[in-house]
Write a protein that binds this ligand. Structure first.
Ligand code: XUL
Length: 498
């Protein structure tokens, strides 16, 4: 038997769960569970239960728990989990799970980050605190955040609210299930996604919490640093060979742990995650906040701060333009290769559906040219450049000259997208070897606790780029002019939409 120690990292995401085993020589095994395929009986194949109200997105907490257990069982079939000396995890951020003092959930469904049903609560928080909410907690009132969700829960069912001993985000709830006693703390990475924590002090903001919902301050879990032990593994999770009692390092959020698992947690490093939506997140040395209120600021799980901006139209827009132009993905990439930087000085705002950054309620793509008269290649380039320029424009408040950008998600497979990002940002862009960056980030924190290896040293040896694209200096003046034109076009279009 291989007697080398192992650390286990869990990624409890929207559509499934991954578990990863990290040994002294690197990643030894990864196991995955998909809710649609593996746990259909919960009736939430896409990660949320059907609801007549499209703004409501709720999922069964029992499904997340079953997913974690099954992922650990599957991991145990790949590797001897009796070797594991520490466990940690990351969950989809935000949401709200009300539980009793031992962590048992009080209802069968809990709102997740996709929920958009707390507009009235957000308006009340903004009316009461104004810009101070953003300046203190890092984010303007956000519908998916735990605070507004708690305010809604207290209003809709005051008796159930009264009964709740804990108001958890999803990470601290799952963490609670995993440990003996069922009452885990929360890390600053997760606590900063709630509109409730003071970023500067990393403590709950008593004023904001008290206004948000009656009795909320007493229902919030304790905040501990992201390297703290949250408890001992409960016997119910001693599955797949894992030993009950091993330390569980506090859970964090998927985005903070992804920054870690991408090896981009040092200030000046950024990640562009080109998934369904595109997210751009960057490590920061101090808690600056977005004066426009579009971006969020979270604590990282490595002890620093990070920005996060979500571009809702990301892959949806790329897929739509690709289909409309009759291209496959190779054709999409070839279109970018066949055209030059800011070819024809075309600008496009791909707001096919409502956008978060910048905030656009009235959807509709905008063009500085006639799209019907443009070639497929010209339209594809205008789209990808528009997306890259939106990222750069709305990253200005972060105040850093980026040293490198790690790129992940489906879009990172497209060489032309990487080239445009490198040239627009004038920053080297790297695609990583591994894909399970969230589970890896959680496993890195567990390993660091187990073996005492600092996170930065771990990142240097584990997070190697598979591809690096250097910026072309010849493109710098072209994109400097394009960015100025983009900013004016975006401003004028927003003003015209009112
Ligand atoms: C970030 C956000 C999502 C979730 C789900 O603010 O809402 O990225 O963390 O992954």
């Amino acid at each position: 038997m291989n007697g080398k120690p192992l650390a286990v990292g869990i990624d409890a995401s929207t559509q499934g769960v991954k578990a990863l085993a990290l040994g002294p020589d690197g990643v030894e095994a990864v196991a995955a569970v998909n809710f649609a395929k593996d746990l259909p009986s919960f009736g939430a194949p896409e990660g949320f239960a059907p609801d007549p109200d499209p703004a409501v997105r709720r999922a069964p907490p029992a499904m997340w728990e079953a997913g974690v257990r099954l992922a650990l069982e599957r991991l145990g079939a790949e590797v001897d989990l009796a070797r594991a000396g520490c466990v940690s995890g990351a969950a989809q951020q935000h949401g709200l799970v009300l539980s009793d003092a031992a962590g048992a959930p009080l209802s069968a469904l809990a709102p997740i980050w996709m929920d958009r049903s707390t507009g009235a609560e957000c308006a009340a928080l903004e009316a009461r605190f104004g810009a101070a909410l953003r300046e203190r907690t890092g984010s303007a009132a956000a519908e998916r955040f735990t605070g507004p969700q708690a305010r809604k829960a207290a209003r809709e069912d005051p008796a159930a609210w009264e009964r709740a001993a804990r108001a958890h985000c999803i990470a601290s709830w799952l963490n609670s299930r995993l440990v003996e006693g069922g009452d885990a703390p929360v890390d600053p990475g997760s606590a900063s996604g709630q509109n409730l924590m003071d970023l500067a002090t990393r403590a709950w903001d008593a004023d904001i919490a008290a206004f948000t919902a009656p009795g909320l301050p007493a229902k919030l879990p304790r905040i501990v640093p992201s390297d703290a032990v949250s408890g001992a593994l409960a016997p119910a999770f001693a599955v797949g060979g894992l030993r009950a009692g091993v330390p569980v390092v506090v859970w964090s959020g998927d985005n903070p742990d992804s920054l870690l698992g991408m090896g981009c947690a040092a200030p000046g490093e950024a990640v562009a995650s080109l998934g369904t939506s595109d997210t751009f997140f960057a490590s920061m040395d101090a808690p600056r906040t977005d004066p426009d209120g579009f971006g969020n600021v979270f604590c990282t799980s490595a002890g620093g701060y990070m920005s996060l901006s979500c571009f809702t139209n990301g892959a949806l827009a790329r897929d739509r333009v690709r289909r409309e132009e009759g291209l496959d993905w190779d054709g999409f990439d070839a279109a970018l290769a066949a055209t030059a930087p800011w070819d024809g000085r075309r600008l496009m705002l791909p707001w096919f559906s409502p956008e978060s950054v910048p905030r656009v309620a009235r959807a509709g793509a905008a063009y500085s040219f006639d799209p019907a008269a443009a070639t497929p290649a010209q339209r594809v380039r205008a789209l990808v450049e528009g997306q890259a320029m939106a990222m750069k424009t709305h990253a200005a408040w972060i105040g850093a000259r980026f040293s490198r950008i790690g790129v992940t998600g489906g879009g990172s497979k497209c060489a032309g997208i990487l080239r445009i990002l490198a040239d627009v940002f004038q920053t080297p862009v790297e695609r990583l070897e591994g894909t399970e960056t969230v589970a890896l980030g959680a496993a890195m924190r567990a390993w660091s606790h187990l073996a005492g290896e600092p996170l930065a040293a771990l990142a240097a040896r584990l997070c190697r780029p598979a591809l690096r694209v250097e910026p072309d200096p010849a493109a710098a003046p072209v994109y400097a002019e394009a960015l100025a034109a983009y900013a004016a076009f975006e401003r004028d279009t927003l003003a015209a939409r009112g």
